[in-house]
Design a protein around this ligand. Structure first.
Ligand code: FAD
Length: 480
């Protein structure tokens, strides 16, 4: 048994949804495109699972957060796919792939062949067993990657109201779940081995702001140690968490957020891998010209860093997916992907955004006892990363633009003094991005592409003027 399609998207997550929208805008014919997903529902905005989905009142439920609502685009419901002649093979795992023959074999025994394949398999949550701890199968131990996980987490939360939860891991999932558990009236203890939360991104100063905020909501932190084992009752339900430092925490439920692993296994030995993902070029094309990879699973050249990176964030999934489709359908008018990494989170009443990368010297700014503050990362004399909590839309746009321009920073003290004003000034001095417009026939899509050479020149001019300003200011300060 088998079917053949021109385009197949393997995976039905965020990237798949955005790729489908792009295909439809560029005009695919009925029956040309197929999406195969292990999940039983059409693509949805995964970040909703740790936010609106976990609210105790008026929680977000499908179809409200199907893609591409997260980018203020059309909501792609099952009806939308039907109307656009896109074949959906849902609730179906692909168990092997043969890139030479251009075929995928599903767990139901069907062979699906393609001319062009987009791999959008994302990642899976790391399991405790991979760290030598057993107990993931206990009914009150929860992970959070899929809709099924989130549905289960809600059930376990409801049966634990007024009780205790232990959250293992101090990253994105741990932080967002801890906030949701508190909102659901559950007492939370967070456990992680690092010195502070969000260790890969936050500085100790930024982290302490969030930790203090969490503490004010009743969250307890146990840092510098890890889970050792679980105590269970006769029904194999976890009743307590035992830590390496011998701490013993009675609990009604456990949430595990200890990282993810990209789903590359189907293609190991067939495609080139790098940074734990499938290596692609600036067109999101893998080492096999008929195969593209997007989203969490793709390791792509991040121009601004001059390096291959694999990102685990929704904005990158959305944009890389659209870029791959542009490269597939209109290669002569598609430039290399030029992406500025962007991460965000919303927890309790807090909301932060980060652009670029968190390397080099850090400068903090703003009011850490209030609600608007941030940080800049300066590497080799350039601004390479910007963080802002509690900003306005315009302020977030300013840090994004400034980071994209990578201005020279000569005087760190002055950068600190100017604070957010530095990004605002840089972004205002930057000329509005010049866009070359590609209008795709038979669709309303307008693809905007910066003119890179011009953009780079503008960046140099801005950098030079900031350097002159900083030098002048430095001299002035020294004279005082
Ligand atoms: C709870 C949660 C909250 C998040 N919050 C944020 C946030 O606030 N900000 C942010 O920037 N990012 C956030 N993220 C990360 C973001 O959701 C991911 O970066 C994004 O989903 C990646 O999209 P993707 O399409 O590459 O992978 P996914 O969305 O994970 O989709 C992969 C799909 O492939 C399917 N699949 C995999 N293997 C197979 C197979 N063999 N056969 C068939 N189907 C297969 C999976 O079932 C899944 O449907 C969050 C992630 C989670 C889990």
């Amino acid at each position: 048994m088998g079917r053949a399609f021109v385009y197949v998207i393997l995976g039905g997550g965020v990237a798949a949804g955005y790729a489908a929208l792009e295909f439809s805008k560029r005009g695919v014919s009925n029956g040309e495109l197929c999406i195969i997903s292990e999940e039983p529902v059409v693509p949805y905005e995964r970040p909703a699972l740790s936010k609106g989905f976990l609210l105790p009142e008026a929680p977000a439920r499908l179809p409200a957060f199907h893609t591409c609502v997260g980018a203020n685009e059309e909501r792609l419901t099952p009806k939308w796919y039907k109307e656009h002649g896109i074949e959906l093979v849902l609730g179906t795992r692909v168990k092997s792939a043969d890139v030479k023959r251009k075929t995928l074999l599903t767990a139901t025994g069907e062979t699906i062949s393609y001319k062009i394949l987009i791999i959008a398999t994302g990642a899976r949550a790391l399991q405790l067993e991979e760290f030598g701890v057993n107990g993931s199968n206990a009914e009150n131990v929860c992970y959070l990657r899929s809709l099924a996980d989130a549905t289960r987490l809600v059930e376990v939360m409801k049966s634990s109201t007024g009780g205790n939860a232990v959250v293992i891991g101090g990253g994105y999932i741990g932080m967002e779940c801890a906030a949701s558990l508190v909102t659901n009236k559950i007492n939370v203890t967070m456990v992680f081995p690092e010195a502070h939360c969000m260790a890969r991104l936050f500085t100790p100063k930024i982290a302490s702001y969030y930790e203090d905020f969490y503490k004010s909501k009743g969250v307890k932190f146990i840092k510098g140690t890890v889970l050792s084992s679980f105590e269970k009752d006769a029904d194999e339900k976890v009743t307590a968490v035992v830590l390496k430092d011998k701490n013993h925490l009675p609990t009604d439920m456990v949430v595990v957020g200890i990282g993810i692993r990209p789903n590359t296994s189907l293609f190991e030995g067939q495609l080139t891998l790098e940074k734990g993902g499938i290596k692609v070029n600036g067109m999101m094309q893998t080492s096999n010209t008929s195969v593209f990879a997007v989203g969490d699973v793709a390791a792509f050249p991040v121009k601004i860093f001059g390096e291959i990176r694999r990102l685990e964030h929704v904005d990158s999934a959305r944009k890389s997916a659209r870029h791959a489709v542009a490269a597939i359908m209109d290669p002569s008018r598609t430039f290399d992907f030029d992406y500025l990494p962007f991460f965000y989170s919303r927890i309790f009443s807090l909301s932060w955004q980060f652009y670029g990368e968190s390397v080099g010297e850090v400068v903090h700014y703003g009011d850490f006892s209030g609600s608007t503050f941030g940080g800049y990362w300066v590497s080799k004399g350039y601004l390479v990363g910007s963080f802002l909590e509690g900003g306005t839309k315009e302020e977030y746009e300013a840090i994004a633009k400034a980071t994209r321009l990578k201005p020279v920073v000569e005087d760190i003290t002055e950068l600190e003094r100017q604070g957010l004003g530095f990004a605002v000034a840089v972004s205002q001095r930057a000329p509005p991005p010049q866009l070359s417009t590609v209008i795709v026939p038979s669709s309303t899509l307008v693809v905007e592409k910066p003119l890179y050479a011009w953009h780079a020149t503008a960046g140099v001019v801005v950098a030079a003027s900031i350097a002159v300003f900083a030098y002048w200011y430095g001299r002035r300060r020294r004279r005082w």
